[in-house]
Design a protein around this ligand. Sequence first.
Ligand code: ZN
Length: 342
Amino acid sequence: MLLTTLAGSLPKPAWLAEPERLWAPWRLEGEALEQGKLDATVLAVKLQEDAGLDIVGDGEQARVHFVHGFLANLEGIDFARKTLMGIRNNRYTAEVPTVVGPIRRKGSVHAAEARAARAHTGRRLKFTLPGPMTIVDTIADAHYGRREDLAHAFAEVLNEEAKELEAVGVDVIQFDEPAWNVYMPEVAEWGVAALERAKQGLTATTAVHICYGYGIKANIDWKGTLGAEWRHYEETFPVIARSSIDQVSLECRNSRVPIELIRLLDGKDVLVGAIDVASEAVETPEEVAATIRAALRYVAPEKLYPCTNCGMAPMARDVAYGKLAALSAGAALVRRELKAAA
Ligand code: ZN
């Protein structure tokens, strides 16, 4: 019970990419870059083991960004045709590639790093992919016309990729859907259906991660406008509870999400974000334990997975791994209490 895991990304070593920034450019090229990505993946897995995580991930070491890393090996996208677009309902403006034809997968996107991670850990392995709605919200469309149709096109290639990752030995496949905290009516209209298409036929555990984003200024400013209570999950959790997704990863630490909203996820595994990725302050084990204890009022310990609020890509490396160690220590504290009380 209380198996610890992480939302997804981790900082990359400075020899691989410029540290402490999102979209950091690579510092290697060609063969050296491909080998460097695999080496960084193995290192990330080992450092997560040392930090005590029960379910480890690839740390997204082989992708520049969690969405565009997946797009890199797809047909139908013109990367040279950049469109300036407001994303997440205009929270940021970004120059994004453009969909110009039918979306197809040219071949495997992430299998190499999944294989490297699998070869070097005996622990349960988790792998993250962007969810269909979040991809649609991070790319311009000059071909499909409807967001829902584009989402289904991406769902089909995500499904092919997920099946390949499962065959490599990945135990948990998580789809990242930060857009689900922005376009809540669309989650019910087509978002969940698109995600279910992406996970169709998988036997691995499937998760969806819904958050308030990386700890970057645009997100921190946005959170400042959300009021005293963040109730976005209240609209989407009941729909997710009726879906075939196994696990839901959400943001709890230092957020204004009323913790009782977890109740709406009855029947699902809940990945409780107990680590703030927008603060350099490393949580104490006791602070982590307090978040877990609060969530335990609404979810059983065997369904509660202590986790990070979101990805940690732009953080300082020692801070990120310090936070993972605190996560494990906090979970261990609560596990001892539960055993003592049993
Ligand atoms: Zn996130």
